[in-house]
Design a protein around this ligand. Structure first.
Ligand code: ADP
Ligand code: TZD
Length: 583
């Protein structure tokens, strides 16, 4: 490990610092206290020094998981999560998480060591040579390289501001190996660091934009509010609640916005989702994009007569990114600004005499909610001979309700869709999932990141395929003794475990795994607690015990392998199915 005091001893009385220390000092100066990463040349000493300087350094088994931890830390704290990797392959492993963070508008910074510019640019074949900056650029919001120690302060400051200002996203910071050992006068080094002031400035909407939005909302006969993960990120929970309650407008939470208001709130229209999307005449989007998750704002979902037709709706959209407007359908009232400021402006513009939505709209929603909720409760109360998604999730639903502070991480296909619709959330930013891409592999990274930055218990509901993408991090969870309870819905394969090889040959079908696997043994291998649960009662006991003990736990929940559907709720996106539907 490079030791700056040794450098100082041999220098002529001038106190020196170096690149390693300047990077750590620049992060600390900006209240960044945690690094998620994986050591190796040239950043091993950086991880050691960061730890020696009091930062929390969480080491992973694969960089993608460290990157996912950093990304979710960014979502939860509004500070960029830091992921630190080695050059080329480590960098590439982290890049998927960086791209995913950018897609989801999570602020994170991927810092990677890199090879020397002279050798990379002449393609002379350095150790782990790669032009990382060029590769990162199209996959993130901004990318910077620092070549001189005296520029580290500027590089870190620019990375932080780029990650959290405007629409948050991923930033790449390229630090070539030689930078770390560059020395400079310590006082000049300190003076070169920047504490970023007002990194994510409020963006106040213009008055005419607010008036336009209020005018449309006031005229609505069937208004609806849609909350997206931008609303959850904004930490404007009290303002959003006040807006919904004062206006009396029913709302739908997108997956990661569940819990901004408790899912049991009277104005939640989640149990009447298809009805309100098709029937609403005016929709106020708060931090939600009209992307594939919302059928692009058109088609039958939105009351159009075919997949192309726009429903006859007025849209009001609150978003910090002006370019989001009109991306899929016309936005009648764009409200460009941060969620907090926009919601406040709407609230104060509503005044005292705001009239609530017409009773026939509210009654129609209530009727559907009551019907659908009672149907759901009936399904959940059944106890089939082999545990299925519903009978298992009836247990998870109770456990989450009893532990509203716990964070729920969720990935898979059926395991994702059923959990989202069955398990109520009661507090904001407690549900973390596959996000905009529907990406598998966020599971264990999110568990570690969430447990580390919040100190709260984490429950992960994982499809057996989904878990496999990051499963080795159970060792990380055990190493840091994190209060994580992983439940694997084990139905022997991707989606289901029932496919057969039509040729009768020795290979199993592409979606099938080893039958009867015992994932719980993986956790036991590292000193955590494993359970095998074949009934809802066993699952309940194991989850309760895990939450009580706070010990790293993995429950192998054996699920009927015939349960669930191909691709869960998005079967229609499979090319063959889509073609059949079209013809
Ligand atoms: P969901 O998938 O939940 O529908 P999206 O990720 O599609 O949500 O949309 C989130 C939106 O929120 C993005 O368009 C992003 O620009 C916006 N956003 C993020 N943070 C803020 C904020 N503080 N204020 C306003 N808009 C924000
Ligand atoms: N690879 C990546 C990175 N992301 C993906 N979304 C997929 C592959 C494709 N995929 C899905 O969309 S869901 C899924 C895959 C492989 C796994 C579904 O199986 P599961 O869940 O066992 O996790 P269920 O509950 O059995 O459906």
């Amino acid at each position: 490990m490079t030791n700056i005091s040794e450098v100082n001893n041999i220098s002529s009385g001038v106190e020196l610092t170096d690149g390693f220390h300047l990077v750590v000092d620049a992060l600390k100066l900006n209240d960044i206290d945690t690094i998620f990463g994986l050591p190796g040349i040239p950043i091993t000493d950086l991880t050691r020094m960061a730890q020696a300087e009091g930062m929390r350094v969480i080491s992973f088994r694969h960089e993608q998981n460290a990157g996912n931890a950093a990304a979710i830390a960014g979502f939860l704290t509004q500070k960029p999560g830091i992921c630190l990797t080695v050059s080329a392959p480590g960098f590439l492993n982290g890049l998927t998480a960086l791209a995913n963070a950018t897609t989801n508008c999570f602020p994170m910074i991927l810092i990677s060591g890199s090879s020397e510019r002279e050798i990379v640019d002449l393609q002379q074949g350095d150790y782990e040579e790669m032009d990382q900056l060029a590769i990162a650029k199209p996959l993130c919001k901004a990318a910077f390289r620092v070549l001189h120690a005296e520029d580290i302060g500027v590089g870190v400051a620019r990375a932080i501001r780029a990650a959290v200002s405007g629409r948050p996203g991923g930033v790449y910071l390229d630090l070539p190996a030689r930078l770390f050992s560059q020395t400079m006068d310590a006082a000049a080094g300190k003076a070169s660091l920047i504490k970023v002031i007002d990194a994510a400035p409020r963006q106040i909407p213009a008055k005419d934009a607010v008036d336009r939005a209020l005018g449309i909302l006031k005229a609505a006969k069937k208004p609806l509010i849609l909350l997206g993960k931008g609303a959850a990120y904004a930490q404007a929970d009290a303002e959003i609640t006040a807006l919904i309650e004062k206006s009396g407008i029913p709302y739908l939470p997108m997956s990661m916005a569940k819990g901004v208001l408790p899912d049991t709130h009277d104005l939640s229209a989640a149990a009447a989702r298809s009805y309100v999307l098709a029937e609403a005449d005016t929709v106020l989007l708060i931090g939600a994009r009209l992307n594939w998750l919302l059928s692009h704002g058109k088609g039958k979902t939105w009351g159009g007569k075919d997949s192309k037709e726009w429903g006859k709706k007025k849209f009001i959209q609150i978003d910090i990114a002006a370019t989001e407007m009109d991306s899929n359908v016309a936005i009648d009232a764009p409200l460009v600004g941060d969620v907090y400021s926009c919601v406040q402006a709407l609230l104060s513009g509503m005044g005292a005499g705001w009239s609530k939505p017409p009773a026939d709209w509210m009654n129609a929603i209530e009727e559907r909610k009551t019907k659908n909720l009672s149907k759901m409760l009936e399904t959940l109360s059944q106890n089939p001979p082999v545990m299925n998604f519903h009978s298992a999730l009836a247990v998870v639903r109770d456990i989450v309700e009893a532990n509203p502070d716990a964070i729920l991480v969720n990935e898979g296909a059926n395991a994702l869709d059923f959990t989202r619709s069955i398990v109520n959330m009661f507090k904001p930013r407690k549900r973390l999932d596959v996000g905009t891409w529907g990406v598998m592999g966020i599971g264990m990274g999110f568990c570690v990141g969430a447990a580390v930055v919040t100190g709260k218990p984490v429950i992960a509901i994982e499809g057996d395929s989904a878990f496999g993408f990051s499963g080795m991090e159970v060792e990380t969870i055990c190493r840091y003794n994190l209060p994580v309870c992983i439940v694997i819905f084990n139905n022997n394969g991707v989606y289901r475990g029932t496919d057969v090889n039509p040729t009768g040959g020795p290979d199993v079908a592409p979606t099938v795994f080893v039958k009867g696997s015992r994932y719980d043994k993986m956790m036991e291998a590292f000193g955590g607690v494993g359970y095998n649960a074949t009934t809802p009662a066993e699952l309940r006991k194991a989850m309760e015990e895990s939450i009580r003990s706070g010990k790293p736990t993995l429950i192998n929940a054996v699920i009927d392998e015939t349960a669930g559907t191909e691709s869960g709720r998005i079967t229609s996106l499979n090319p063959a199915t889509a073609a059949i539907k079209k013809n």
